[in-house]
Design a binder for this molecule. Structure first.
Ligand SMILES: Nc1ncnc2c1ncn2[C@@H]1O[C@H](COP(=O)(O)OP(=O)(O)OP(=O)(O)O)[C@@H](O)[C@H]1O
Ligand SMILES: [Mg+2]
Length: 245
Protein backbone atom coordinates (compact mmCIF):
# COMPACT_ATOMS: atom_id res chain seq x y z
CA UNK A 1 0.00 0.00 0.00
CA UNK A 2 1.18 3.49 -0.75
CA UNK A 3 1.65 5.21 2.57
CA UNK A 4 3.16 8.42 1.26
CA UNK A 5 1.41 11.76 1.02
CA UNK A 6 -2.20 12.31 0.06
CA UNK A 7 -3.38 15.52 -1.55
CA UNK A 8 -6.83 16.81 -0.68
CA UNK A 9 -7.72 19.22 -3.44
CA UNK A 10 -9.97 21.73 -1.67
CA UNK A 11 -8.64 25.23 -1.32
CA UNK A 12 -9.17 27.05 1.93
CA UNK A 13 -9.93 30.73 1.83
CA UNK A 14 -8.63 32.49 4.88
CA UNK A 15 -8.35 36.00 6.11
CA UNK A 16 -5.31 37.74 4.70
CA UNK A 17 -3.85 38.20 8.18
CA UNK A 18 -3.77 34.45 8.49
CA UNK A 19 -1.93 34.02 5.22
CA UNK A 20 1.69 34.28 6.09
CA UNK A 21 2.43 31.29 3.86
CA UNK A 22 3.17 29.35 6.99
CA UNK A 23 3.37 25.61 6.94
CA UNK A 24 1.07 24.32 9.66
CA UNK A 25 1.56 21.02 11.39
CA UNK A 26 0.12 20.13 14.73
CA UNK A 27 3.38 18.59 15.81
CA UNK A 28 5.86 19.82 13.18
CA UNK A 29 6.66 16.18 12.88
CA UNK A 30 6.63 15.73 9.11
CA UNK A 31 9.90 13.92 9.39
CA UNK A 32 8.89 11.54 12.16
CA UNK A 33 9.34 7.93 11.34
CA UNK A 34 5.92 6.37 10.93
CA UNK A 35 4.12 9.39 9.63
CA UNK A 36 2.76 10.51 6.31
CA UNK A 37 1.74 13.98 5.29
CA UNK A 38 -1.53 15.17 3.86
CA UNK A 39 -2.10 18.55 2.35
CA UNK A 40 -5.18 20.68 1.94
CA UNK A 41 -5.24 23.48 -0.57
CA UNK A 42 -2.54 25.21 -2.53
CA UNK A 43 -0.23 28.12 -2.01
CA UNK A 44 -1.21 30.92 -4.36
CA UNK A 45 -2.63 34.29 -3.41
CA UNK A 46 -5.62 35.06 -5.65
CA UNK A 47 -6.53 38.54 -4.55
CA UNK A 48 -7.15 41.03 -1.84
CA UNK A 49 -8.94 38.85 0.66
CA UNK A 50 -9.03 35.19 -0.24
CA UNK A 51 -5.83 33.27 -0.34
CA UNK A 52 -5.12 29.61 -0.32
CA UNK A 53 -3.18 27.96 2.42
CA UNK A 54 -1.52 24.64 2.70
CA UNK A 55 -1.87 22.55 5.80
CA UNK A 56 0.68 19.85 6.36
CA UNK A 57 -0.58 17.28 8.83
CA UNK A 58 1.34 14.30 10.05
CA UNK A 59 -0.55 11.02 10.04
CA UNK A 60 0.85 8.01 11.89
CA UNK A 61 1.65 5.33 9.35
CA UNK A 62 -0.72 2.86 11.02
CA UNK A 63 -3.64 5.12 10.10
CA UNK A 64 -2.74 6.09 6.54
CA UNK A 65 -5.37 3.74 5.12
CA UNK A 66 -7.95 6.16 6.53
CA UNK A 67 -6.80 8.82 4.07
CA UNK A 68 -8.99 7.33 1.34
CA UNK A 69 -12.80 7.19 1.49
CA UNK A 70 -14.47 4.11 2.92
CA UNK A 71 -17.97 3.55 4.25
CA UNK A 72 -16.61 1.90 7.41
CA UNK A 73 -13.39 2.90 9.15
CA UNK A 74 -12.41 1.32 12.44
CA UNK A 75 -9.41 1.67 14.73
CA UNK A 76 -9.12 -0.67 17.67
CA UNK A 77 -6.34 -1.41 20.10
CA UNK A 78 -4.78 -0.65 23.42
CA UNK A 79 -4.59 2.51 25.46
CA UNK A 80 -2.60 5.40 24.09
CA UNK A 81 -2.40 4.20 20.51
CA UNK A 82 -3.57 7.50 19.06
CA UNK A 83 -7.05 6.36 17.97
CA UNK A 84 -8.97 9.30 19.40
CA UNK A 85 -6.50 11.88 18.15
CA UNK A 86 -6.56 10.33 14.69
CA UNK A 87 -10.33 10.56 14.31
CA UNK A 88 -10.43 14.02 15.92
CA UNK A 89 -7.90 15.15 13.33
CA UNK A 90 -9.88 13.45 10.55
CA UNK A 91 -13.01 15.22 11.78
CA UNK A 92 -11.37 18.61 11.41
CA UNK A 93 -9.74 17.74 8.08
CA UNK A 94 -13.03 16.51 6.64
CA UNK A 95 -14.77 19.73 7.67
CA UNK A 96 -12.01 21.79 6.09
CA UNK A 97 -11.79 19.86 2.85
CA UNK A 98 -15.55 19.56 2.24
CA UNK A 99 -17.34 22.79 3.26
CA UNK A 100 -20.79 22.20 4.67
CA UNK A 101 -19.84 18.87 6.21
CA UNK A 102 -22.23 17.66 8.88
CA UNK A 103 -20.84 15.18 11.36
CA UNK A 104 -21.97 13.61 14.59
CA UNK A 105 -19.68 12.31 17.30
CA UNK A 106 -21.52 9.67 19.28
CA UNK A 107 -21.01 7.37 22.18
CA UNK A 108 -23.39 4.93 23.77
CA UNK A 109 -23.95 6.98 26.91
CA UNK A 110 -23.26 10.69 27.13
CA UNK A 111 -24.51 12.16 30.35
CA UNK A 112 -22.76 15.44 29.69
CA UNK A 113 -20.69 17.07 27.00
CA UNK A 114 -17.64 16.58 29.18
CA UNK A 115 -17.86 12.89 28.32
CA UNK A 116 -17.84 13.66 24.61
CA UNK A 117 -14.94 14.24 22.23
CA UNK A 118 -15.98 17.89 21.84
CA UNK A 119 -13.04 19.19 23.82
CA UNK A 120 -10.62 17.00 21.89
CA UNK A 121 -11.99 18.26 18.57
CA UNK A 122 -11.73 21.84 19.81
CA UNK A 123 -8.14 21.25 20.83
CA UNK A 124 -7.43 19.76 17.42
CA UNK A 125 -8.92 22.80 15.68
CA UNK A 126 -6.57 24.99 17.70
CA UNK A 127 -3.57 22.71 17.21
CA UNK A 128 -4.08 22.92 13.46
CA UNK A 129 -4.46 26.69 13.74
CA UNK A 130 -7.74 26.75 11.79
CA UNK A 131 -10.04 28.43 14.32
CA UNK A 132 -11.03 31.02 11.70
CA UNK A 133 -13.21 28.44 9.95
CA UNK A 134 -15.09 27.14 12.98
CA UNK A 135 -17.54 28.47 15.53
CA UNK A 136 -17.43 26.81 18.90
CA UNK A 137 -20.72 26.84 20.83
CA UNK A 138 -21.86 25.18 24.02
CA UNK A 139 -23.12 21.92 22.55
CA UNK A 140 -22.07 22.03 18.93
CA UNK A 141 -19.41 23.33 16.57
CA UNK A 142 -20.24 25.22 13.39
CA UNK A 143 -17.92 24.13 10.60
CA UNK A 144 -16.80 25.89 7.41
CA UNK A 145 -19.58 26.35 4.84
CA UNK A 146 -22.41 26.23 7.39
CA UNK A 147 -21.82 22.65 8.43
CA UNK A 148 -22.09 21.39 11.97
CA UNK A 149 -20.60 18.91 14.41
CA UNK A 150 -22.91 17.44 17.03
CA UNK A 151 -22.05 15.39 20.11
CA UNK A 152 -24.65 12.90 21.22
CA UNK A 153 -25.35 9.80 23.26
CA UNK A 154 -26.99 7.05 21.27
CA UNK A 155 -28.92 5.84 24.29
CA UNK A 156 -30.77 9.14 24.30
CA UNK A 157 -32.13 8.46 20.82
CA UNK A 158 -35.31 6.72 19.81
CA UNK A 159 -35.99 5.08 16.47
CA UNK A 160 -37.68 8.35 15.49
CA UNK A 161 -35.23 10.90 16.89
CA UNK A 162 -32.22 9.25 15.27
CA UNK A 163 -33.69 10.29 11.94
CA UNK A 164 -32.57 13.84 12.67
CA UNK A 165 -29.12 12.61 11.67
CA UNK A 166 -30.13 11.56 8.18
CA UNK A 167 -28.25 13.79 5.79
CA UNK A 168 -25.12 13.74 7.90
CA UNK A 169 -21.82 13.06 6.17
CA UNK A 170 -20.23 11.02 8.89
CA UNK A 171 -20.64 9.61 12.35
CA UNK A 172 -17.73 8.87 14.65
CA UNK A 173 -18.45 6.43 17.46
CA UNK A 174 -15.87 6.75 20.25
CA UNK A 175 -15.46 4.05 22.91
CA UNK A 176 -17.42 1.95 20.46
CA UNK A 177 -16.94 -1.21 22.52
CA UNK A 178 -19.79 0.07 24.70
CA UNK A 179 -22.18 0.45 21.77
CA UNK A 180 -25.21 -1.78 22.01
CA UNK A 181 -26.47 -3.81 19.09
CA UNK A 182 -29.56 -1.59 19.15
CA UNK A 183 -27.51 1.59 18.81
CA UNK A 184 -25.38 0.17 16.04
CA UNK A 185 -28.48 -0.88 14.14
CA UNK A 186 -29.89 2.63 14.68
CA UNK A 187 -26.88 4.51 13.38
CA UNK A 188 -25.94 2.38 10.37
CA UNK A 189 -28.98 3.01 8.16
CA UNK A 190 -29.34 6.56 9.45
CA UNK A 191 -26.02 7.72 8.00
CA UNK A 192 -27.16 7.15 4.47
CA UNK A 193 -26.06 10.17 2.44
CA UNK A 194 -24.10 9.21 -0.70
CA UNK A 195 -20.43 9.01 0.26
CA UNK A 196 -21.18 9.09 3.98
CA UNK A 197 -18.84 7.33 6.39
CA UNK A 198 -19.07 5.55 9.75
CA UNK A 199 -16.00 5.69 11.98
CA UNK A 200 -15.38 3.62 15.09
CA UNK A 201 -12.62 3.80 17.70
CA UNK A 202 -12.49 1.32 20.54
CA UNK A 203 -10.63 -0.77 23.06
CA UNK A 204 -11.86 -4.32 22.45
CA UNK A 205 -13.16 -6.28 25.41
CA UNK A 206 -15.32 -9.07 23.93
CA UNK A 207 -15.72 -10.61 20.49
CA UNK A 208 -19.46 -10.50 21.05
CA UNK A 209 -19.62 -6.72 21.43
CA UNK A 210 -21.57 -5.17 18.59
CA UNK A 211 -18.66 -3.30 17.00
CA UNK A 212 -16.39 -6.34 17.18
CA UNK A 213 -19.06 -8.56 15.65
CA UNK A 214 -19.51 -6.03 12.83
CA UNK A 215 -15.92 -5.10 12.02
CA UNK A 216 -13.85 -8.01 13.34
CA UNK A 217 -16.32 -10.82 12.75
CA UNK A 218 -16.31 -13.29 9.88
CA UNK A 219 -18.29 -11.04 7.52
CA UNK A 220 -17.27 -7.39 7.85
CA UNK A 221 -19.00 -4.96 5.48
CA UNK A 222 -17.34 -4.93 2.05
CA UNK A 223 -14.61 -2.31 1.82
CA UNK A 224 -14.40 -1.78 5.57
CA UNK A 225 -11.00 -0.41 6.62
CA UNK A 226 -10.17 -1.76 10.05
CA UNK A 227 -6.84 -1.07 11.71
CA UNK A 228 -5.28 -2.41 14.88
CA UNK A 229 -3.14 0.16 16.66
CA UNK A 230 -1.04 -0.09 19.77
CA UNK A 231 1.09 2.34 21.69
CA UNK A 232 4.17 1.48 19.62
CA UNK A 233 2.31 2.73 16.53
CA UNK A 234 1.83 6.16 18.09
CA UNK A 235 4.72 8.44 17.14
CA UNK A 236 3.33 11.01 19.59
CA UNK A 237 3.23 8.60 22.54
CA UNK A 238 3.86 10.86 25.54
CA UNK A 239 6.43 10.25 28.26
CA UNK A 240 3.67 10.35 30.86
CA UNK A 241 2.01 7.29 29.34
CA UNK A 242 5.36 5.57 28.88
CA UNK A 243 5.81 5.83 32.64
CA UNK A 244 2.39 4.21 33.18
CA UNK A 245 3.00 1.19 30.98
N1 LIG B 1 -1.91 13.43 16.28
C1 LIG B 1 -1.44 13.64 17.51
N2 LIG B 1 -0.91 14.81 17.84
C2 LIG B 1 -0.45 15.06 19.08
N3 LIG B 1 -0.45 14.15 20.08
C3 LIG B 1 -0.96 12.95 19.81
C4 LIG B 1 -1.49 12.62 18.53
N4 LIG B 1 -1.93 11.36 18.54
C5 LIG B 1 -1.69 10.91 19.81
N5 LIG B 1 -1.11 11.85 20.56
C6 LIG B 1 -0.67 11.70 21.96
O1 LIG B 1 -0.81 10.34 22.31
C7 LIG B 1 -1.72 10.20 23.42
C8 LIG B 1 -2.61 9.01 23.17
O2 LIG B 1 -3.41 9.25 22.04
P1 LIG B 1 -4.98 8.95 22.10
O3 LIG B 1 -5.59 9.53 23.31
O4 LIG B 1 -5.53 9.36 20.78
O5 LIG B 1 -4.94 7.37 22.23
P2 LIG B 1 -6.15 6.35 22.29
O6 LIG B 1 -5.76 5.21 21.43
O7 LIG B 1 -7.42 7.02 22.00
O8 LIG B 1 -6.10 5.89 23.81
P3 LIG B 1 -7.25 5.31 24.76
O9 LIG B 1 -7.49 3.92 24.28
O10 LIG B 1 -6.63 5.38 26.12
O11 LIG B 1 -8.44 6.19 24.60
C9 LIG B 1 -2.48 11.50 23.50
O12 LIG B 1 -2.86 11.79 24.82
C10 LIG B 1 -1.48 12.50 22.97
O13 LIG B 1 -0.59 12.89 24.01
MG1 LIG C 1 -9.13 7.31 23.13
Amino acid sequence: MNTSSSILSETLSVDKKESQNKSHGESHSDDLVGTATEEIGGGSNDGAVAVARTLRIATPRVFTSFLIPARYKGAYGGRGSGKSHEFAKNTVVKCLSAPGTRGVCVREVQKSLKESVKRLVEDKIRALDVEYGFGIFHDHIVTPGRGVLLFQGLQDHTAESIKSLEGFDFAWAEEAQTMSHRSLEFIRPTIRKPGSELWFSWNPRSASDAVDALLRGPNPPPGAVVVQANYADNPFFPNELEAER
